[in-house]
Design a protein around this ligand. Structure first.
Ligand code: KIV
Length: 274
């Protein structure tokens, strides 16, 4: 018997995402980095799993996403793929594997696709990386763009504040989005931009736009799974983050109870031993 909580068990494809946009059906997307979480997310009916380079923060404990390597992304991507039957799985290309060198970009992209079995890749940036995007697309690899706050450029931005509030940056973002669509990207993530701009970009494109802090006028939403489950530090509280659980408290209580039981000799009891 299937444990799936969604009725539509057909594999999600990039074509189905385009149809969803046409029908006005919103797309749900969350990050995933490991097999067990991927099985739960997939069974719950999440449409798209993003093996995000936010693994650098939530799995590896780094401050930025920059240290993530190709081998590490491949490890996370392959682990997630083993747990998925329905969701579309997209892997982030890590910093340094596609910027400024389209030959390296294609070689990195092919490695990720071959060694993980993922359905597509996500790259941060617009016009400045279009040569890499085009080259990867020409190999038949589906590509998702990522504009607005692009964490791999944090050293250029200097802060994680809202992007494209000024007209000039907003116009460049819109032009970049249109360029990515024209190049053949199947979708775009917009991160931390004004909701009005999110809606404008979404209306101007045929491909789906997924937002994280880009308002409600986009075609779908993505969050970092550890954040929405309330596992990460509560001091990280951007306005766009809705916490759907307080797993930090639940896990802390369980760990404390376990420790207490071990120390008191209460665990294991007679039925828990051979
Ligand atoms: O790496 C990531 O988790 C992301 C999302 C924030 C969109 O790129």
């Amino acid at each position: 018997m299937s444990t799936y909580t969604t009725e539509d068990l057909r594999k999600v494809t990039t074509h189905r995402l385009a149809e969803m946009k046409q029908r006005g059906e919103k797309i749900s997307m969350l990050t995933a980095y490991d097999y067990t979480m991927a099985t739960i997310l997939d069974s719950a009916g999440i449409d798209v799993l993003l093996v995000g380079d936010s693994a650098s923060n939530v799995m590896a404990g780094n401050i930025t996403t920059l240290p993530m390597t190709l081998d590490q992304m491949i490890y996370h991507g392959a682990s997630v793929m083993k747990g998925v039957k329905r969701a579309l799985v997209i892997v982030d290309m890590p910093f340094g594997t596609y910027q400024g060198n389209s030959t390296l970009a294609l070689a990195s992209a092919i490695r990720i696709m071959k060694e993980t079995g993922a359905d597509g890749l996500k790259l941060e940036g617009g016009e400045e990386i279009i040569e890499s995007v085009t080259r990867i697309l020409s190999a038949g690899i589906p590509v998702m763009g990522h504009l607005g706050l692009t964490p791999q450029s944090i050293n250029k931005f200097g802060t994680y504040n809202v992007r494209a509030k000024e007209k000039e940056e907003a116009s460049k973002l819109l032009a970049d989005a249109q360029l990515l669509e024209k190049a053949g990207c199947f979708g775009i993530v917009l991160e931390k931009i004004p909701a009005v701009l999110g809606t404008e970009v979404t209306k101007s494109l045929k491909i789906p736009v997924i937002g994280i802090g880009a308002g409600n006028g986009v075609d779908g939403q993505v969050l970092v799974v550890h954040d929405m489950l309330g596992m990460t530090n509560k001091t990280f509280s951007p306005r766009f983050l809705r916490r759907y659980a307080d797993l930090n408290s639940i896990m802390t209580n369980a760990f404390q109870q376990y420790s207490k039981d071990v120390k008191s000799g209460n665990f294991p009891n007679e039925s828990e031993q051979y």
